[in-house]
Design a protein. Structure first.
Lengths: 156, 87
């Protein structure tokens, strides 16, 4: 299931709903992405210039849902999943806020863990979201990271 | 001139170009994404500056990623944006 929303989500409730009543599920894997208060590009977490007080996430309505559905379908082709869930937020978020939840359920832990890792890696390089950071020096758009491309290439 | 295409811009490309969306009628010689970008760059300094470096530009036609050689035609929805940074 795919959801793109401004509102926060309740992790416990979402994970419960993912497996509700399905006793074939032997394991659930999840990844939760949070807003951190520093930017990785500056080289260190505590340089003043790297402080981030908020993030605004912009996305491409329509294509976002289409890409997330494709990514989820690909995970279901590759691994025997009983269920999968991607929730991604947009709008203005502050440090500590949840950005994204990816969760997978499967009879076996290997499939759940691998599919969850695949989904977050793939989402980061394919789903049309962009982050803008508020810093002491003003707003700036976050640059894409080569490490993220490399992480997705592993799964091709 | 043919029926218009819908152009969408996101993130810093939207900010630099100055608007999020426009309908444009493309001249007949614009047949693919490369031709579209070249035509847009000639529309003014904002476009020329925003679309200068192709290495930081991604294009989607009708909500699928495409390359420079992909054809463009009337009524397409063509989005131009930087590499994505979600998750």
């Amino acid at each position: 299931m795919i959801r793109v929303q401004r509102e926060d989500f309740d992790i416990g409730r979402e994970l419960e709903r993912l497996v509700a009543g399905d006793h074939t599920v032997g394991g659930v894997a999840s990844f939760i992405g949070l807003v951190r208060d520093f930017n990785l590009d500056g080289g260190g977490p505590r340089n003043l210039t790297d402080q981030v007080s908020a993030l605004t996430l912009e996305h491409y309505p329509g294509m976002t849902e289409k890409k997330l559905a494709e990514i989820e379908a690909e995970a279901n082709r590759r691994w025997p999943l009983s269920g999968s869930l991607i929730i991604h937020r947009y709008g203005r978020l502050e440090p500590g806020d949840r950005i994204v939840l990816v969760a997978t359920a499967s009879p076996h832990r290997e499939a759940a863990l691998a599919a969850c890792h695949f989904l977050i890696d793939w989402l980061k390089t394919d789903a049309p979201f962009w982050k803008s950071e508020e810093t002491p020096e003003g707003e700036r758009w976050v640059d894409a990271r080569a490490e993220d491309d490399a992480a997705t290439r592993r799964w091709r | 001139m043919s029926a218009p295409v819908k152009l969408l811009y996101f993130a810093w490309l939207r900010a630099r170009i100055g608007h999020a969306e426009e309908q444009v009628s493309l001249p007949a010689e614009v047949r693919d994404v490369a031709g579209l970008l070249e035509w847009l760059r000639a529309r003014g300094p904002r476009y020329a500056e925003a679309l200068r470096d192709l290495s930081v530009i991604r294009v989607a036609v009708n909500q699928d990623y495409v390359g420079l050689e992909h054809p463009v035609k009337a009524e397409d929805e063509i989005a131009i944006f930087p590499p994505v940074t979600g998750g």
